[in-house]
Design a protein around this ligand. Structure first.
Ligand SMILES: Nc1ncnc2c1ncn2[C@@H]1O[C@H](COP(=O)(O)OP(=O)(O)O)[C@@H](O)[C@H]1O
Ligand SMILES: [Mg+2]
Length: 264
């Protein structure tokens, strides 16, 4: 099993779209995935259905009552499983502080989930806030995936992510493997191409070759409660998320279908 944490301190860069559609690409490759909505804004959960009326049936229950993640999981056809979020999750930040116990809890919870319901991958869709939820998600990560929307401001924000990760690594006492992913990429726009050139220099081999194009099917699918392979499996977006999965597997950044062990 590998855990992929999708993180960027900027909103609207494609974290939720990437979490959803990378998971859907994995499912198409016969690798059911556990998605965890870490964001109190519940965007990912909303794409599946309305968040649970009872907050204890969301990720909040895991933090508040130590509910086993397997008991909180709901099925998501074409994906695998979802641990839904709830707006109350925001209070976890203030209730539990940032001690090592709460930071490590998510990692232990994911391992326990995998014992009960084996999955090949876990994807954590983070909020833009760097609080205890996001820190726990980064601690649990085998790979941090950082979507960058292909515009200049987004590149500035991505530099900030690198600083955050470096600061965290001192605390986590480990180097976190990371890859940057250009999203909303429009080849017809000169600026987008310049952003790619600059990102190449900035992030070097940590910039993924795959880019996610600006795609109307990707933009519209959440409103239809669909992932991209339900919306339009021959769209540019659908092909791009398959290419992303392929690149992550080929470079052994995540465990692949044919391999049990995770190698860096
Ligand atoms: N590649 C893309 N092409 C077109 N629209 C996109 C693309 N990626 C994301 N979007 C749209 O941009 C908005 C923000 O994306 P989202 O994944 O919710 O960002 P984040 O989770 O980082 O806040 C959403 O409305 C989404 O549908
Ligand atoms: Mg989001």
């Amino acid at each position: 099993m590998s855990t992929i944490t999708v993180f960027n301190q900027k909103g609207g860069v494609g974290k939720t779209i990437t979490s959803l559609n990378l998971a859907a690409a994995m499912h198409r490759s016969n690798m059911p995935t556990l998605l965890i909505d870490m964001d109190p804004q519940t965007h990912l959960t909303n794409i599946h259905s309305a968040p649970p009326g009872d907050k204890m049936k969301s990720l909040f229950g895991f933090y508040e009552q130590y509910t086993h993640l397997a008991r909180l999981a709901i099925d998501w056809p074409g994906i695998g499983h979802l641990i839904p979020s709830h707006r109350e999750l925001i209070s976890v930040e203030t209730r539990y502080g940032r001690g090592p116990m709460v930071l490590k809890r998510l990692n232990s919870g994911i391992n326990a989930f995998n014992q009960a319901i084996p999955v090949k991958h876990v994807i954590l869709d983070c909020s833009p806030t760097v609080g205890v939820l996001t820190l726990g998600a980064i601690f649990a990560a085998d790979l941090v995936l950082i979507p960058i929307s292909s515009d200049f401001m987004a590149l500035q924000a991505a530099k900030k992510v690198e600083k955050t990760l470096q600061a965290l690594e001192i605390f986590l006492k480990k180097r976190v493997p990371r890859r940057y992913l250009l999203t909303r990429f429009d080849r017809r726009r000169g600026m987008t191409v310049n952003v790619k050139l600059e990102a190449d220099v900035l992030f070097n081999e940590e910039l993924l070759r795959t880019v996610i194009p600006l795609d109307v099917a990707l933009a519209e699918s959440p409103a239809d409660n669909q992932h991209i392979y339900q919306k339009n499996s021959s769209s540019k977006g659908a092909k791009a998320y398959e290419a992303l999965l392929d690149e992550l597997e080929r470079n052994e950044l995540i465990s692949s279908k044919n391999k049990g062990a995770l190698i860096y």
